[in-house]
Design a protein around this ligand. Structure first.
Ligand code: HEM
Length: 269
């Protein structure tokens, strides 16, 4: 039985103020709405572009010789302490978020338009924008292979055979050490890209990455509302330049080994 003192709300009284959403609800709503998801795809994409750019700059130390690249790798893995694990966890988080939201957006747009446009041109989407999801999947597969190759040393070509004797020299790239006893990343990269199949695979992956970034960078600016009529041209050029810099820088690393600009220090290799 209701108590006599209970507050009676008049049916025409002022509406109860909406409770302000907590952080969890806000994030869930943002992820659920297509606009929120697009903004997050843009922001996480920007984070990944920064990673790829800094990763390339670091890897270019290969051209400076073993001391530079091995010292840099040692600094990242040992001198940064817990910071490297925070960076790795953040990278994994934004990678997974970027990928899962992009796939969900694509599935939603396919579900909303089961019958394709009669005239592809009328969709006002370039070939690059339509292939974003596929180039993205190829980049994911490349990244998984790349981790298996250089981070875990699981790829068959990671074994090094002495060409003169045919004997196994190194069981695994990860066991290589330099004169200081540090992981010999220089020798590992030279051995990796001396394998012609691996070199071609890396070059193809860089071209796919270029196609993805060339459209993805200007598109992220657009989603974040930074690409108005005035800046449209410069932002498209910026996207093209950044994507080209990453393509040329990464291919230079692979080709420098292939054309022996960078050579193995190990005499038997
Ligand atoms: C030709 C281009 C590239 C080269 C030469 C290269 C080289 C390397 C090397 C040598 C490592 C291992 C470092 C070590 O063990 O000390 C590494 C790790 C890694 N690479 Fe690349 N990479 C390239 C492109 C890429 C691209 C395009 C991506 C992502 C889209 C990527 C993502 C990663 C990730 C996530 C790691 C693991 C980082 C960690 O363990 O902290 N790499 N890369």
């Amino acid at each position: 039985m209701a108590s006599a003192t209970a507050t009676v709300r008049h049916p025409k009284g002022p509406a109860e103020p909406a409770a302000s959403p907590d952080a969890g609800t806000f994030l869930r709503e943002a992820l659920d709405s297509s606009v929120g998801a697009k903004v997050l795809v843009g922001l996480t994409g920007a984070g990944l572009v920064l990673f790829v750019l800094f990763h390339m700059i670091g890897n270019l130390k290969l051209l400076q010789g073993p001391e530079a690249i091995n010292g840099y790798a040692y600094f990242l893995k040992h001198d940064l302490g817990a910071l490297i694990w925070i960076a790795r966890a953040s990278l994994l988080f934004i990678f997974v978020l970027h990928l899962s939201l992009a796939i969900r957006l694509k599935l939603r747009s396919v579900a909303a338009r089961p019958i394709p446009y009669a005239f592809p041109g009328s969709a006002q989407a370039s070939v690059a924008s339509q292939t974003m999801i596929w180039t993205g999947v190829v980049i994911l597969l490349f990244t998984l292979f790349h981790l298996a190759h250089y981070t875990f040393g699981w790829v068959k070509g990671a074994e090094v055979i002495d060409p003169t004797t045919g004997h196994l020299v190194w069981k695994n790239y990860l066991n290589l050490t330099d004169a200081k006893g540090h992981h010999d990343v220089y020798e590992m990269m030279v051995a990796g890209f001396s394998n012609v199949y691996l070199a071609i695979l890396y070059l193809i992956a860089q071209i796919v990455l270029f196609v993805h970034l060339r459209h993805g960078i200007p598109s992220a600016f657009q989603t974040l509302g930074l690409k108005n009529a005035r800046f449209r041209g410069p932002i498209d050029v910026l996207g093209l330049i950044l994507a080209l810099v990453i393509l040329v820088g990464n291919c230079a690393i692979v080709l420098a080994v292939k054309f022996e600009f960078v050579q193995a220090q190990y005499k038997g290799f």
